[in-house]
Design a protein around this ligand. Structure first.
Ligand code: GDP
Ligand code: MG
Length: 439
């Protein structure tokens, strides 16, 4: 949540009873927070109206924790507005599936074309072909060729002196001959929407009959992104949107507006300049992003209710100095068990929802008992020195705890991963963790 919203919620929470006027005030703050996050004003207006109705309908005021309920309604509503679930790429029944990239100059069409090709190669072993249809800047073709070379994808190009429609026509022929299963057309952009460009794109569309017209928009352009999306959609009837440059400090409000204004799904997001920095768009994650920090409020509340502050601060310090050991691990497990499913908690933390480190960590609380059994079989010295767990000690632990050796190994591996992850969190994103730990 933005600071503004957080303060409003804080105020709300301190009240023993929440009145109609409090709710109105909170709605005002939500409205401002969304505007600050670059959400289109008309979208915000509709949104706040819906949230207010839902809040009234749910009788939030009579509930136990009004502030939290409102945050939840806001979050759910945001998610729904952005499409609820991820929307896959359209696919043709016959090869090739044709994807046409459109968008303003500098939005990231060429880069995204490359990322997409890499994604398709990886996901389905695809054999894409690029068509270089941006003939207005000589550098554009070179750039596409460089991108293509880095991911080993062929480019069909005819230089800059040929009509782009003709280039696409011939490129499609080549794709048929070579049995490419995808054709990705990299088109030209302009600084602003202009008629000439739109005509050219319409002609390419008519000829290539793309299964997917992906509009690439720069999330950093905020409100302008919405107008751009509207303009392109009116003229070309786009099938999906890629929102780029979300790695910048944009709050992603454009995502919400674009979906609301055009009704077209956001399919991917770009989060960096590298070929790997493309992600499938998940509305729920974006909702958290617009709200600022994952579902931090709930997390902090849960943490404050259940965490032993002093112990947590100690653990925190230990993580920082890298002396977090199995005793601390036991303590943390006890604390965490009190708080509910660990997975859910971690997902609420900023940057954690899709942290690859989490994928390898088994967070099933039922396993905690087994993990504890293993740790209880350790000598005090072993508990304090996690790095001394050699194979013979591991075998002894397995025998002592009655757990299979693979499980002992897995537990130690997970412990080390957790230490590593904690270190990353404490070094990189201190505020999140310190909030959690009540620091
Ligand atoms: P085009 O004119 O639409 O083809 O845009 P380009 O693909 O040439 O991209 C313009 C600039 O934006 C390049 O410097 C890209 O590296 C950069 N860019 C593209 N996508 C992203 C992204 O998701 N994040 C960041 N940080 N930069 C991006
Ligand atoms: Mg380009």
């Amino acid at each position: 949540l933005t600071e503004r919203l957080q303060k409003a919620m804080e105020k709300l929470r301190r009240k023993p009873k929440v009145t109609e006027a409090d709710l109105r005030e909170t709605m005002r703050e939500i409205r401002l927070a969304l505007l600050e996050a670059d959400v289109n004003f008309k979208v915000v207006k509709d949104f706040v109206k819906t949230v207010r109705e839902k809040a009234a309908g749910a009788e939030v005021l009579k509930g136990l924790n009004p502030a939290q309920q409102i945050v939840k309604i806001v979050n759910d509503e945001l998610t729904e507005m952005m499409g609820e679930t991820a929307t896959p790429l359209n696919k043709s029944a016959h090869i090739p599936t044709v994807i046409m990239m459109v968008g303003l100059q500098g939005a990231g069409k060429t880069t995204t074309a490359g990322k997409l090709a890499k994604h398709l190669k990886k996901e389905e072993n695809a054999r894409p072909l690029f068509i270089a249809a941006d003939v207005y800047r000589p550098a554009a073709i070179t750039q596409l060729q460089q991108v293509a070379a880095s991911i080993d994808v062929p480019v069909f190009e005819m230089g800059t002196d040929v009509d782009p429609v003709e280039i696409v026509r011939q490129g499609m022929e080549v794709a048929k001959e070579k049995h490419n299963d995808y054709v990705i057309i990299d088109t030209a952009g302009r600084l602003q929407i202009d008629e000439q460009l739109m005509e050219e794109l319409a002609k390419i569309k008519e000829l290539a009959k793309p299964d997917e017209i992906l509009l690439v928009v720069d999330a950093m352009t905020g409100q302008n992104a919405v107008n751009t999306a509207q303009g392109f959609d009116d003229q070309l009837d786009i099938t999906g949107v890629v929102l780029t440059k979300l790695d910048g400090d944009t709050r992603g409000g454009a995502a919400m507006s674009i979906r609301a204004v055009t009704g077209k799904p956001i399919k991917f997001v770009g989060e960096g300049e590298k070929m790997d920095n493309l992600d499938v768009f998940h509305p729920d994650r974006m909702a958290s992003r617009i709200l600022g920090m994952g579902d931090m409020m709930t997390l902090i509340e849960k943490a404050q209710e259940n965490f032993d502050q002093e112990q947590a601060t100690q653990a925190m310090a230990k993580m920082k100095e890298n002396s977090f050991d199995f005793n601390d691990f036991l303590d943390q497990m006890d604390q965490i068990t009190k708080m509910g499913p660990l997975e859910d908690l971690l997902k609420m933390m900023p940057g954690m929802a899709n942290n690859p480190a989490l994928q390898n960590i088994n967070l099933d609380p039922k396993q905690f008992a087994h993990i504890k059994a293993i740790i209880y079989s350790m000598t005090p010295e072993e508990r304090e020195n996690p790095d001394m767990m050699n194979p013979s000690r591991r075998r002894r632990l397995a025998a002592g705890s009655g757990r299979p050796i693979v499980e002992v190994n897995r537990m130690i591996k997970q412990f080390n991963q957790m230490r590593k992850m904690m270190r990353q969190v404490t070094n990189g994103n201190l505020s999140g963790m310190e909030n959690l730990m009540g620091g």
